[in-house]
Design a protein around this ligand. Structure first.
Ligand code: 2U9
Length: 357
């Protein structure tokens, strides 16, 4: 047997005996690597006669390719074995129920925003947004609340340093969003504006930041009948009570005329509040027909277009619908409170999703 065939036999033996990727690699380096016996034989080709070089070179190449092919096949088999073993040990049981605790929750205010938006969405309203840092023109003047108007005192405004001669402030309501939307577009309008508002007030029923949702509808031939119908539809859907009695009580707001506060029927037995079908009334939101001066301020002719507006506090809605007693807990970020009052992010938002919980 020639030296070449001895090397071939030894290589085949070592490769076939290797029982792991590491052993196979060791065999490959020994018999096919740069300083292997096979490669050393190849280096001797240069000193051979051309004819001998041709036959011996071809022979080495055949053996080298044969060994490489066996190594490759064996390597692929080992790799497959490793993957299969990994798949078996890391098996995932897709039928296991999900763990509930590490899952975050939807804050009740976000849930209420989604629910209210869905209801007004069915009535053709879309969501408008605007800045939380405002100037006093958009927050007050345009809404018929001029300087020194007593209504400004009620708003407990956080004032900021003046900017370019403008008095700047944190918006006290989301009404400037509607002012900006009307100045930018053309009637008709059907918008709702949910968002944060700020008032310098801090006690058991007031926090310096809370959430409001206001709505505005401007079109031709709009009257209080439309306002009442829209608000009743909203309240009955939101509280999931078809025949929920709703009362409109006359009030004053500078930006609407006439204006009303809206009450829903309720009962209070032994301190427990139940919404719908009682002898008592509960104030829930405010509304009115948009003041002609406000329409003129944004360039709308009140003899052609009229409309109504409404506003509500979202924490209050969440407290009433979901039985949350303390307003201050909404902003404390206590994970236990969120675990209890929050909503699953897997819930498909629906009008009565919260009640069916
Ligand atoms: C424009 C014209 C009119 C928005 C309105 C109310 C009545 C209202 C309160 C509810 C509870 C504020 O959060 S709260 O304290 N809001 O009663 N808001 S009408 O009227 C507008 C808004 C924008 C251009």
């Amino acid at each position: 047997m020639t030296e070449l065939h001895i090397i071939e036999q030894q290589a085949l033996e070592k490769i076939n005996q290797s029982s792991s990727l590491a052993q196979l690699e060791e065999a490959r380096v020994e018999y096919l690597g740069k300083s292997s016996k096979l490669m050393n034989l190849m280096k001797t080709l240069g000193s051979m006669e051309p004819e001998q070089r041709k036959t011996f070179g071809a022979e080495i190449n055949i053996i080298k390719n044969k060994l490489q092919e066996i190594v490759d096949t064996k390597k692929a088999a080992f790799e497959l074995q490793i993957i299969n073993a990994k798949l078996m040990s890391e098996k995932i049981d897709v039928t296991l129920p999900s763990r509930s605790s590490p899952q975050g929750k939807i804050h009740p205010v976000s849930q209420v925003i989604d629910e209210v938006t869905a209801i007004f969405g069915t009535m053709g309203f879309s969501v408008a947004e605007g800045p939380e840092i405002e100037d006093d023109y958009h927050n007050f003047n345009a809404l018929n609340i001029p300087k020194n108007h007593p209504a400004r005192q009620n708003h407990d405004t956080f004032y900021l340093p003046n900017e370019g001669g403008n008095t700047m402030l944190l918006r006290t309501h989301t009404s400037p969003v509607q002012i900006r939307s009307m100045k930018l577009g053309k009637p008709p309008f059907r918008i709702i504006s949910p968002g944060r508002v700020y008032r310098c007030d801090w006690d058991i029923t007031h926090t310096p930041m809370f959430h409001q949702l206001e709505g505005l509808l401007i079109d031709k031939d709009i009257h209080m009948g439309h306002l009442k119908g829209c608000i009743m539809e909203f309240l009955q859907k939101f509280f999931a009570i078809d025949d929920l009695p709703v009362r409109f009580r006359s009030n004053f707001f500078p930006f609407t005329e006439p204006s009303a506060e809206v009450d829903i029927s309720c009962s209070r037995t032994q301190g427990e509040l139940k919404i719908g079908g009682g002898e008592d009334w509960l104030e829930i939101m405010g509304c009115g027909m948009v003041h002609p001066k406000v329409l003129r301020n944004v360039g709308i002719d009140p003899d052609v277009y009229q409309g109504f507006a409404f506003g509500m506090g979202l924490e209050r809605l969440a407290m009433l619908k979901y039985g949350i007693s303390d307003l201050r807990n909404f902003f404390e970020g206590d994970a236990r409170w969120m675990e209890h009052y929050g909503f699953s992010s897997f819930d498909i938002p629906s009008l009565v999703g919260g009640l069916a919980r």
